[in-house]
Structures are given as structure tokens and as C-alpha cells.
Design a protein around this ligand. Sequence first.
Ligand code: PLP
Length: 397
Amino acid sequence: MVRRNVNFTRLHPVYLFADIAKQKAAFLLKNPHAQLISLGIGDTTEPIVQTVDQKLVEKAQALGTMRGYSGYGPEQGDPLLREKIALAAGVKPEEVFVSDGSKCDIGRLQHLFGTGLKVAVQDPTYPAYVDNSIIGGSSEIIYLACQPENGFFPEIEKAPPFDLLYFCSPNNPTGAVATHAQLERLVKEVKCRGAILLFDAAYSRYIQDPTLPRSIFEIAGAREVAIELGSFSKIAGFTGVRLGWTIVPEELHYEEGGSVRADWQRIATTCFNGASNIAQAGGVAVLEPQGLQEVELQIAFYLENASLLKDAFEKSGFTVYGGGNAPYLWIHFPGRSSWEVFEELLEKAHIVTTPGVGFGPAGEGFVRVSPYGHRSHILEAIQRIGRFVNKSASMKN
Ligand code: PLP
């Protein structure tokens, strides 16, 4: 018999969102008529904007014609799309690798670095960094606490030794956005330790404040130490279409001097056969002026949802972080367990959230609220929050 990859025994038995789906299903079994509102998983809800949808349809139709059919494309992605992503990020097209989504690239990154590495993450953190690192055989996960007390930015200079650092800004789940000065500290520290920074910019287009950095490559010296992950999921509603990218700069080298970019190119050709050509046609349309204008309106819509929810929780007396330049709200329930608050909101207000502790130990006492929802659902959720808080003395902090 084949032995199980022993690393699976080191994982939390259930992925966070599978756990929540289980709880939701159990609740609905007991309360089949409940009208649940999901502010839990960060999945987009609004239709793909018109210009982009049209391009997806055109490409799909062209594939059904002799002239328009094409098979495998370049594994690194459509040259036009690479060029557009590169232009927006201020990098070279040959440093951009188009993918079927950034979570898939987070998985494939494991092939790049091998086993036995020490991996540092923000705490709380997007769980895919931790789980993929564990499955890939990293020797240790180092949690760097990000809490209100430190402005959700870790004391990076005091962190124990690490080889890789995952950093997400705007952050999922806290909604914190790092400043130029903070990212300069990260780059400096990563460089001085000979480590690599894996910068997740999946929510970069939610940044409205022009003084905040949207890319790690806005920081001097980042090209020698960082890889950046990007995604069309939350900027263009491509969570189901599947399209993302990874930027690996030419200046990034291993300790021995070899090119990280060359190995990532090898992984793209060996473990991946390129993103869907239909999705890539949609990606090109997103990055054209009309597409950008339409997706920016959609982002503004989600940010307005976040702002309405933030107001509602604040009016009810809670301390709320995030929103503004990030989609997620991170709501503090001091002294209470996240799962307990999750259950109370589910049972009494029929609202699904995400328990903060599911993102890491420093998430205890918080729940994450997602702004992805139709406006009518968001307004209904706000009504329920008001009614529920008035009735429930235990919710007050
Ligand atoms: N990175 C972060 C921080 C995310 O929150 C998500 C999805 O929620 C992803 C990556 C995955 O994005 P994709 O849909 O491109 O795989």
C-alpha cells in the first residue's frame, strides 16, 4: 500500500470555509425556513460587467469557428494580457505569468522552494498560505501577530528566523493596508535575512487612497526579494471564471545565484498548461479603459456595502477595522470567543460571518464580515444587526 503524505497529519482536519459550510448546513437542517444572509465567504455576487462579459462570449463563439479556433496557448499567458498586466504593475511582460487564479499559484509555489523551510505569516492570515506550506513540507509556520495594538503590522525586526514571508495587503481578513514606510521595513528585513517575500495583492484595486502602495514593486529594492500574486477574482468577479497572475522579477535569485524566474517558467510549462483562453480574453477586456471604468464602479459598489455594514456595527457600539481601502471588515468582540459570536449571529440574526480564530490565534475575539452581497441583502443584514443587538445583551462589548 502507498503511504499517506505525512504532512497531511499536520493540517487542521478541515479547511476553514468547509467548516463554516458544515455549520451552515446543520443550521438549515434544524431551521429549513430560515433566510440566511451570507457575509461569510469572500465570494463576489454581482454580474460580470458588460464589456468584459461581451468579450468572454465573443471568444467562446470564435472557438466554434474555423478561423477563431485555437488550442493550447503559451503556458505563461497571452502576450497581450501579459503586456497589460505588466504595464499596470510597472514590470516587464516577461516577468508576468498568467494563471488560473492566485490560490492555484500559492499551491504551485511549493514546487519552487522544496521542503524544510520556515514560513512566516501574518496572524491572522489567509489559510491557504499555511495549509499549502504544510502540505509542501515546510518545517515550521511562524505566526506574526497583527492586532489593533500594533496597527495590524507585525514587529518584523523581532520575528524569529524565516525563509519565506507571506504578506497580504489589503489584508484578508483584517482589512488593514500597509503603508509605504511599513513595506519598506518588510523589504529591508527580508533582504537582510536572505529570505523571499511572497506579496499577495489580490485586493490591490480596492485601495482608493493614492498615498497607499498597490504593489510591492513600488518599494525600492523589492525586485531583489519579492514575488507578487495578483487575481482577477475580486476585481472583476472572476471567482468562477478563474484568472490570476504571478510576477517574478528578473533580479530575484536563490542563495546559489540561480534565477527564480527561470524556475517559475519551468513550473508554468511543467505543472500548468496555461489559463483558459476564454478567461484571458476577458482579462484583456478588464484592463482596457472601458473595462477598467466598469470594474472600478463595481469595486466602489462593494466598498459602499462595506461602509454601510461598518456604520451599522459601529452604531451598535462595536469597534470595526477594515473597509475604506479593503473589502473586509474585522469586528472586535473583546473577551468573547469568535466561534461563539459566529454561532450567535447565525442562530439569532441568521447571518453567516467567519470566526476570526479560523484565520489564526490572533483572530480570537473577532469575526470577519464580507461586503460581497446584493444591496438588498446588505440592507436586510443591517436591519437584522440593529434588531439583534438591541435584543442581545451578550453581544455588547
Ligand atoms: N489571496 C487572497 C488573500 C484571497 O483572499 C483569495 C481568495 O479569496 C485568493 C488569494 C485566491 O484568489 P483566486 O480566486 O485568484 O484563486
